[in-house]
Ligand binder design. Structure first.
Ligand code: MCA
Ligand code: AMP
Length: 504
């Protein structure tokens, strides 16, 4: 059997090729027939460029139907898709291209010159363009290709995608996900969330991450559903489209923003079946306010790049606020103490996970991969949590040093290294502080040198210097100039004390 994920998805496409798949802002739609033909042309182009199964296809583009087609084409051609946040700047891109060595890099036109320079240094043979309206050399070159393409056979173990996640050391790691990993999670979620005929998904998430690309798209495609395929989260558009949708997926910031609009209420949600939240903790207060205003109980689930979704509140049973529900079928969750022993209900421990959805390893980092797995094959998530007497799991914190801002992960080390290298800086500590919109806001504590360079350094200068080098969502919202950083007896900065002191 061909275990290529595309084959599994397309087997469930509607019989009628005229059935809508992607509904766009202007009212036009891509049908399921269009998806099959366009991904066929694109897959033929990838082959014509000389790429082979297993080669990486990197894309740093905005969300368009064509970007999704590129992903599906890479799957069909047996290549490995590597989506990149359009916010990434030179240093970040340089690292990804050198590390993953893709056979093709698809970029936005404003990035063309930089992309060519970096591609040349990294030995990437092809650079093509895809603009924010879905045009460019990629599309022009795919257009004359045949629609028909025989999807390349893949096994469960073959790689389908690499998604970079920042690391606590500051060096990003490419999580390798196989066709089997993705297909297993997709089928599980489709069943667990009870996708049904007639479901329509309002899709406002970016498609460079697991949440928008895999969780949302795979469920809709497996269901043969239509998606309102919006370029990004926009409150006015959400209020307009929710009454025509049945399922919505978002990070907590989307729910906070919906609640801020007095126009949002039961009427907006009249056709909705399911609201799903994840990627960051949903405040109990948001969960309850949403319930009161909309009459809907948000279903919160938990997962990570290294394996998709791990747990979920039930679709049919009680959804408990402040919890992420139960382990999904086929996924084992173990919560352990410092010695690796399972803890009793109600006790916080490290969350470990094992299952067919858990990733293959980090690209080019066999040692790092080994470190993250236990001898019996459980992956250390770096999250802390507990299970209540009924089995509902709650995430209570992280053992990894990570800030989640608006559903996007920021590893402090990467920013600390940049700040520490600035003239006039002694040292810095980057933490997440509560933020009403983003959940957590990246915040930096900086100790300046007692010399003219240090004395001249301001918050604005530090922010400006970082803005130049890193993706905008990583830039601290605030910089606090402090005299020193609290340290424990081992000399380690006590970030918990900083968080406590600055949280208010
Ligand atoms: C944009 N900005 C941000 C963020 N996004 N700052 C902090 N955190 C962010 N997430 C900054 C921009 O740099 C800009 O600053 C200013 O905020 C406004 O930018 P804008 O583009 O207008 O923001 P937005 O369009 O309102 O976007 C915010 C957002 C978006 C809607 C929350 O970030 C978003 O859609 N996040 C979802 C991310 C996601 O899909 N996560 C799933 C990861 P300036 O003006 O200074 O330049 S997958 C995952 O985590 C696992 C697997 C899981 O469990 O799902
Ligand atoms: P990423 O590395 O982008 O895949 O982000 C994964 C991380 O997001 C997890 O390890 C958790 O720390 C966090 N996360 C995802 N979903 C939830 C949730 N529902 N509640 C709390 N944290 C979450």
């Amino acid at each position: 059997m061909n275990e290529n994920l595309y084959t599994q998805l397309s087997a469930r496409f509607p019989q009628d090729p005229a059935a809508p798949c992607l509904i766009l802002g202007g009212g036009s739609a891509w049908t399921y027939g269009d998806i099959g033909r366009a991904s066929g042309r694109m897959a033929n182009l990838l082959v014509a460029l000389g790429l082979k199964p297993g080669d990486r296809v990197a894309a740093q583009v905005e969300k368009t139907p064509e970007a999704l087609i590129l992903y599906l084409a890479a799957l069909r051609a047996g290549m490995v898709f590597l989506p990149l946040n359009p916010a990434y700047q030179r240093n970040e891109l340089d690292y990804f291209l050198k590390d993953a060595r893709p056979g093709l890099f698809v970029c936005r036109p404003p990035m063309r010159v930089l992309a060519e320079e970096l591609a040349q240094q990294a030995g990437v043979p092809h650079v093509l363009e895809l603009d924010d309206a879905g045009r460019g050399s990629l599309i022009a070159m795919a257009a004359p290709q045949p629609d028909a393409f025989a999807t390349v056979p893949r096994t469960d173990a073959d790689l389908a995608a690499i998604l970079y996640t920042s690391g606590t050391t500051g060096r990003s790691k490419g999580a390798m996900l196989s066709h089997g990993n993705l297909a297993h999670n997709a089928r599980t979620l489709h069943r667990y969330w009870q996708f049904q005929p007639g479901d329509v998904l309002l899709h406002m998430l970016p498609i460079f991450h697991v949440h928008g690309l895999f969780v949302a798209c795979h469920c809709a495609l497996l269901n043969g559903s239509a998606m309102f395929f919006e370029p990004k989260f926009d409150l006015a558009r959400a209020l307009q489209l929710l009454p025509q949708a049945t399922v919505f997926m978002g990070v907590p910031t989307y729910y906070v923003r919906l609640l801020q609009d007095p126009a949002f209420g039961r009427e907006t949600c009249r056709s909705m079946r399911l609201f799903i939240s994840g990627s960051a903790p949903l405040l109990k207060e948001t969960f309850e306010d949403f319930q009161a205003r909309s009459g809907h109980t948000i279903l919160e689930r938990y997962g990570m790049t290294e394996g998709g979704m791990f747990t979920s509140n039930p679709c049919a049973g009680e959804r408990r606020g402040g919890t992420v529900g139960f382990p999904l079928p086929g996924t084992e969750i173990r919560i352990v103490d410092a010695d690796g022993e399972p803890v009793p209900p109600g006790t916080v421990g490290r969350i470990q996970v094992r299952g067919e959805n858990v990733f293959v390893g980090y690209w080019g980092m066999p040692e790092k991969t080994k470190e993250e797995f236990t001898a019996d094959g459980f992956f250390e998530t770096g999250d802390l949590g507990s299970r209540d007497a009924d089995g509902y799991i709650s995430i209570s914190g992280r053992s990894k040093d990570l800030v989640i801002s608006g559903g996007l992960n920021v590893y402090p080390k990467e920013i600390e290294e940049l700040i520490d290298a600035m003239p006039g800086v002694v040292e810095s500590a980057v933490i997440g502080l509560p933020h009403p919109d983003f959940g957590e806001a990246v915040s930096a504590m900086v100790v300046r040198q007692k010399n003219p360079a240090g004395a001249a350094l301001t918050e604005a200068q530090i922010i400006a210097a970082i803005k130049d080098k890193l993706a905008n969502f990583k830039v601290p919202k605030r910089v606090y100039l402090v005299d020193d950083l609290p340290r424990n007896a081992m000399g380690k900065v006590q970030k918990n004390l900083l968080r406590q002191a600055y949280s208010s």
